[in-house]
Design a protein around this ligand. Structure first.
Ligand code: MRU
Length: 328
């Protein structure tokens, strides 16, 4: 099924009651192209190629994709299974498909997931900003973030970037955005959002971050998250773990923020989180086609490196099984 593109200054995700309209994030910032999705297969394809991305937004889109499939297909099972498996790491994807598939009213359930996600973004942004406010030095601060965890990655304000935007409502915040390989989600998407938010910012290559943190140029690191295991280990965009190591060594907070729908208490530790390995072509670029490449899309940060894990239910700090369970 080919999604229908159109050009307009678009909302990031819009449900018209029958069809799902999403901004194609692979085309930003150059173009705002809207895709209209009609069922599980085209929704899965949009998720797979990162046209729709970010754990919470993947969950919201997948919920609608499942509902559309159920409405039109008398035997939706195989298509729903393919949708649930489109990307393995973010918990929200399979979680949303299972939730909609089990509901009496699939469409109402998908709409509920979207409403809950927006409310979660608002609440967790406030909890994260509260925790940081209490710990940061007075005056202007510099916060570093990775990948994109803003309004393009979740309903409402976002998660990691939602926390930063909320903090910026309360005090002067300068944002350092890592570019994030392989598809430059930070450079293309976070910078696009920061411009729209009017927040002062600078882009840096991922490998510059640890050095700037060591030099004392960063007051806190704040990211989103894709899946959290029961012991508080956090999977997020590849490159997050080195940021947490650098933050720990420098004694600054590392905050991971996301909705409780990303917490997976069925997994004992981060070792059990499946890490998506993407197509080598995303890394290889113009090199010869037989160039061996690795392309893990995520890494796992151990709980002890996470200063605070924030959901809509509050901030777990320090992160232990018990404090996580209270916000899961
Ligand atoms: O591969 P992506 O772009 O979907 O990865 C996104 C991230 O790692 C985000 O930090 C995470 O999904 C949280 S988004 C609110």
């Amino acid at each position: 099924m080919t999604p229908t593109p159109s050009r307009t200054s678009a909302r990031i995700l819009h449900w018209d009651g029958e069809r799902l309209h999403v901004l194609d994030q692979t085309r930003l910032p150059a173009e705002e192209v809207v895709l209209t999705l009609t069922g599980a297969e085209d929704t899965a394809e949009a998720i797979r190629r990162l046209a729709v991305r970010g754990a919470p937004l993947i969950g919201v889109a997948a919920g609608y994709g499942a509902a559309m499939e159920i409405a039109r297909n008398p035997r939706p099972g195989p298509a729903l299974a393919r949708l649930a498996a489109a990307r393995p790491t973010a918990r929200n994807l399979a979680w949303a498909v299972e939730r909609v598939a089990a509901a009496d009213d699939a469409r109402a359930e998908a709409e509920a997931i979207a409403r809950e996600d927006e409310a979660a973004s608002t609440a967790l942004s406030a909890h994260g900003a509260d925790a940081l406010e209490a710990a940061l030095p007075a005056g202007p601060v510099t916060v570093l973030t990775h990948c994109n965890s803003g309004a393009l990655a979740a309903s409402g304000r976002g998660t990691g970037l939602g926390v930063i935007a909320e903090l910026a409502d309360r005090r002067e915040v300068h944002v350092l955005a890592c570019e994030a390989r392989p598809l430059l989600q930070g450079a293309r998407l976070t910078v696009w959002e920061l411009r729209r938010l009017g927040l002062p910012h600078a882009l840096l290559v991922d490998s510059a971050a640890a050095g700037l943190i060591r030099r004392g140029e960063v007051d806190a690191v704040v990211t989103g998250l894709d899946r959290v295991a029961a012991n508080g280990d956090v999977a997020n965009k590849v490159g997050t773990y080195p940021l947490a190591l650098a933050a720990g060594a420098a004694g600054i907070p590392f905050v991971a923020a996301g909705p409780s729908s990303s917490v997976d208490l069925s997994l004992a530790s981060g070792d059990a989180i499946e890490i998506e390995e993407r197509d080598a072509a995303e890394v290889r670029g113009a090199l010869p086609a037989d160039t061996p490449c690795r392309n893990p899309a995520f890494d796992v940060t151990p709980a002890e490196l996470v200063w605070a894990l924030v959901t809509e239910r509050g901030a777990a700090r320090p992160v232990t099984r018990e404090t996580l369970a209270a916000v899961a």
